[in-house]
Design a protein around this ligand. Structure first.
Ligand SMILES: Cc1cc2nc3c(=O)[nH]c(=O)nc-3n(C[C@H](O)[C@H](O)[C@H](O)COP(=O)(O)OP(=O)(O)OC[C@H]3O[C@@H](n4cnc5c(N)ncnc54)[C@H](O)[C@@H]3O)c2cc1C
Length: 512
């Protein structure tokens, strides 16, 4: 079924920002500071982050952006271009452009906006044959439901960090497993780490990584070989939040990023949660659970979205470094210019990899194309190492400037004290208030608790550091690239032996 260009003749049922915020008030069980959160969209620990997601939705109702952001899919649904399957390189490139517009809304500072999980949902119907027969229709229904409103889904794939050396079945008291089933569905219990942004989403996708399924065995671990969706207000589903940086923020001026882009990372606990059959994709099926990570297209596509998001964040960091060094009067120094060039180079490598990914595609399902897994794995590895380089640059080249600020806006608003600030806090070409505003932003990006969490996120959100590298090797083996490299090495060694150059090399030389 072909995608068509966006048209205003079909109803656009995608949530508006307001409708999205209203949709979150559904009785979901969120725990924060010893209390159940009544309405996440109005709670001071989450409301600004919720509004940031709402901006993502409002963009899809902006007539100036709609042609670039939206299309009509094969079912006649108006949706975001990355929420629909891509059937050609051109469509995948257009989807990348749509992601880039969506990411600029929040300057690349939220990792889990709705387009992240669209990486999986977009090809769910097209690739329904990946699932076993009773569940194929579920895949189609979930695709349609998600595409129509651009539902925001989170995902939990990783087991909590304990007893990693034991057989998984022996940690059944903590890891997600099926308690029982009946004609209506299944009942599951267990915990998952960590459900980033889950309290602001419409549903959770409970899945498994290759790291986990590698430890599964047939006729032993079937209870744990399950993949399913759960609505956020499912009875027995609990989100247990970490501290909220938004909650601790004192003002927009003092906490310009943490005050509005803090996507809380909750632990998801399921306590005999009921999952209706229509939400199940894989059930007691170890083979499919093992193939899911690579066979669903999710791995190939989430790295495309993540690359566009991180390139956007790098653009922001390049401009911020330039402004910071100008304000300190160091921007024309040779080393500073080299540092800015390095951040731009990192941005361009990431963006260039996304260009490679929309061109180097592999088929998925009957008509779909997704980025090659080899490119996806390589970008994932590179991205996880790149944020630390930016932090290093900021520490060296803005050095102590971000600490030369004031405690809060209250200092600015104290008339007796203010003249001192105006005199001693000015920057090069900037008055004191603008200089302080700039370096408060640098602080939030690089040194606040929010910034520390971002650094951890960029390193780990896509798996542990070993798996990020091992998967590059696994994909090179699958694509036979490694065989070709081995053959080249063998050719080189066949060129000589203990008696000198062999015929194979001399013949080549003679040809020249
Ligand atoms: C801020 C943040 C947000 C996140 N958001 C999400 C999310 O939304 N959804 C989600 O599902 N996950 C999320 N994650 C979790 C993330 O996927 C995991 O943290 C990541 O996969 C790394 O796994 P781990 O922390 O369990 O580390 P581990 O896998 O336990 O690795 C820790 C160390 O042990 C080593 N190790 C582990 N197993 C073995 C082994 N078998 N043999 C040898 N060495 C081993 C690793 O190489 C590594 O050095 C998030 C994480 C962070 C930090």
């Amino acid at each position: 079924m072909k995608n068509k260009p966006f048209t205003t003749k079909k109803e656009n049922k995608i949530y508006t920002g307001q409708a999205y915020l209203a949709s979150l008030n559904d009785g979901r069980e969120i725990w924060f500071d010893g209390n159940k959160v009544k309405n996440v969209a109005t709670h001071p620990a989450f409301r600004n982050s919720a509004r940031s997601v709402a901006r993502f939705y409002d963009a899809m109702h902006n007539p100036d952006l709609q042609e670039d952001l939206l299309l009509e899919d094969g079912y006649g649904i108006i949706t975001h271009k990355f929420f629909a399957p891509s059937h050609s390189r051109k469509e995948l490139d257009a989807a990348r452009h749509a992601i880039a517009i969506s990411q600029r809304v929040n300057y690349g500072w939220m990792g889990r906006t709705p387009d992240y999980k669209a990486a999986f949902m977009g090809h769910l119907a097209d690739n329904a044959s990946f699932y076993d027969q009773p569940f194929q229709q579920n895949a189609i229904n979930w695709y349609k439901k998600t595409a129509e409103k651009c539902l925001f889904l989170n995902h939990v794939l990783v087991d909590p960090p304990l007893d990693r050396s034991k057989e998984r079945i022996k940690v059944r008291d903590v890891f997600v497993s099926v308690d029982k089933e009946d004609s209506k569905g299944i009942y599951v219990s267990g915990a998952k780490m960590v459900a980033t942004g889950s309290m602001l989403t419409h549903g959770t996708f409970v899945g498994l990584t290759g790291n986990i399924t590698a430890r599964m065995q047939a006729n032993r671990d079937e209870d744990m070989a399950v993949i399913f969706f759960a609505d956020m207000n499912t009875e027995g589903l609990k989100m247990i939040c970490r501290p909220s940086y938004e909650y601790k923020a004192t003002s927009a001026f003092d906490n310009p990023l943490s005050g509005r882009f803090d996507e809380n990372d909750a632990v998801l606990v399921m306590d005999k949660a009921f999952i209706p059959w229509e939400n199940v994709l894989v059930y007691r099926d170890i083979e499919r659970a093992k193939n899911f990570y690579s066979g669903s297209g999710f791995f190939n596509r989430y790295n495309l979205q993540a690359g566009v998001r991180l390139a956007t964040k790098m653009e922001f960091m390049a401009a911020l470094l330039e402004e910071g060094t100008k304000t300190s009067g160091t921007d024309k120094f040779r080393g500073i210019q080299a540092a800015l060039g390095e951040i731009l180079g990192i941005r361009n490598i990431i963006w260039g990899m996304t260009t490679a990914m929309v061109n180097d595609v592999t088929p998925l399902g009957e008509h779909g194309v997704v980025p090659s897994a080899e490119m996806a794995a390589s970008l994932r590895y590179y991205m996880a190492t790149s944020w630390d380089k930016v932090r290093d640059i900021y520490q060296k080249y803005l050095a102590g400037a971000p600490i030369y600020t004031i405690s809060s806006t209250k200092d600015l608003h104290n008339a007796a004290f203010r003249p001192l600030i105006d005199q001693y806090y000015r920057g090069t070409g900037k008055d004191a208030i603008d200089r302080i505003k700039l370096f408060k932003l640098v602080w939030d990006a690089m040194y606040s608790e929010f910034a520390g969490r971002h650094a951890l996120y960029e390193r780990n959100y896509s798996g542990n550091h070993d798996m990020q590298r091992i998967d590059v090797l696994v994909q090179a083996e699958k694509a036979k690239s490694m065989d070709s490299y081995r053959n080249m090495l063998q050719d080189c060694m066949n060129d000589y032996d203990d008696k000198g150059w062999t015929n194979s090399w001399q013949n080549l030389a003679q040809k020249e």
